[in-house]
Design a protein around this ligand. Structure first.
Ligand SMILES: Nc1ncnc2c1ncn2[C@@H]1O[C@H](COP(=O)(O)OP(=O)(O)OP(=O)(O)O)[C@@H](O)[C@H]1O
Ligand SMILES: [Mg+2]
Length: 278
């Protein structure tokens, strides 16, 4: 469970978080969606104890992120935005270092590492140097590393950025599996379809503020069900309709031809912020 109340973060001349509040229930998969610079990584860094808040409060499974920092940290697994594995070491050694950091007893650590490597599909590569893994396998390994100490809450900061569509989907399957096993998941992304496919609830973050928070379906249906994109004065203008019939009625009155599409989270984000997520 994650509870965040009016969280603020300022750097010298940048207000990165302007009073963010939300709750994530135990076992929930929550997505934090926003464009570059919205404050996604800043939020994760504060919640996982890597950066200090400037204001507000937050608790991870009831432990305050600063007053009970050690306990709060122990609840968290983190997959950072940039892959920070030790490239010279093997798959197994990378996990071992993490287990040592969390002071796991040797027998438990060894057992858990084997289990996790099999779980993420790296069981046959434990002796391989990380440098020789593909981008997708490196992502799997950073996820495995985050799970070694059995965290109750997993933070994934853009876990599929830079991966091609097929590999991205395999990571999605892994994320779903981790959720099914009862872990609370906080995911940041600027891939609309990732939030739409994975998340039970989505927060839209823009310039350090949560501008909407709901299920993907509710956010989408606020906007409509069907959309038509038209080019008007060199710009794409989108018209939204509650029903397909209404959209058909509209096109029957025009002499151009149109194609319909389903309204998606990008439409909802654009309507609220005037911006695209990426
Ligand atoms: N260490 C820092 N010092 C100064 N400013 C920072 C620092 N870290 C982040 N910022 C600023 O805070 C704002 C939020 O950055 P953050 O990295 O949280 O965004 P983000 O949503 O994760 O973006 P991206 O999608 O690019 O990863 C940005 O304006 C960024 O430039
Ligand atoms: Mg980021």
């Amino acid at each position: 469970m994650i509870k965040v109340n009016n969280l603020k973060k300022s750097y010298k001349d940048v207000q990165a978080l302007n009073g963010v509040s939300f709750r994530v229930a135990a076992g929930e998969l929550f997505a934090y969606l926003g464009p570059n610079g919205a404050g996604k990584t800043t939020t994760i860094r504060i919640l996982t104890g890597l950066a200090k808040r400037s204001g507000g409060d937050a608790w991870i499974n009831g432990f305050h992120i600063e007053h009970e920092a050690l306990e709060a940290k122990r609840q968290c697994g983190l997959v950072p935005q940039s892959i920070n594995l030790d490239q010279e070491l093997t798959v197994y050694e990378n996990l071992m270092i993490h287990g040592l950091l969390f002071r796991m007893p040797t027998a438990k650590r060894t057992e858990k590492m084997r289990e996790i490597l099999a779980y993420v599909g790296l069981g046959d590569r434990e002796k391989m140097p990380v440098a020789r893994l593909s981008g997708g396998l490196k992502r799997r390994l950073t996820i495995a590393r985050a799970l070694v100490h059995s965290p109750r809450v997993l933070f994934l900061d853009e876990p599929t950025v830079g991966l091609d569509a097929g590999i991205r989907r395999r990571i999605w399957a892994l994320i779903k599996m981790i959720k099914e096993d009862g872990t609370t998941i906080f995911l940041t992304t600027h891939y609309i379809e990732e939030a739409e496919f994975l998340a039970e609830r989505v927060a839209f973050l823009d310039e350090g503020r949560v501008v909407a928070l709901d299920s993907p379906q509710s956010l989408i249906s606020r906007q409509g069900a069907w959309a038509i994109d038209r080019v008007v004065d060199n710009n794409v203008k989108t018209i939204y309709f509650k029903t397909k019939e209404a959209a058909k009625e509209y096109t029957a009155m025009q002499d151009e031809s149109f194609s319909f599409r389903r309204v998606n989270l990008e439409d909802a984000f654009l309507a609220l912020t005037g911006k695209r997520v990426k």
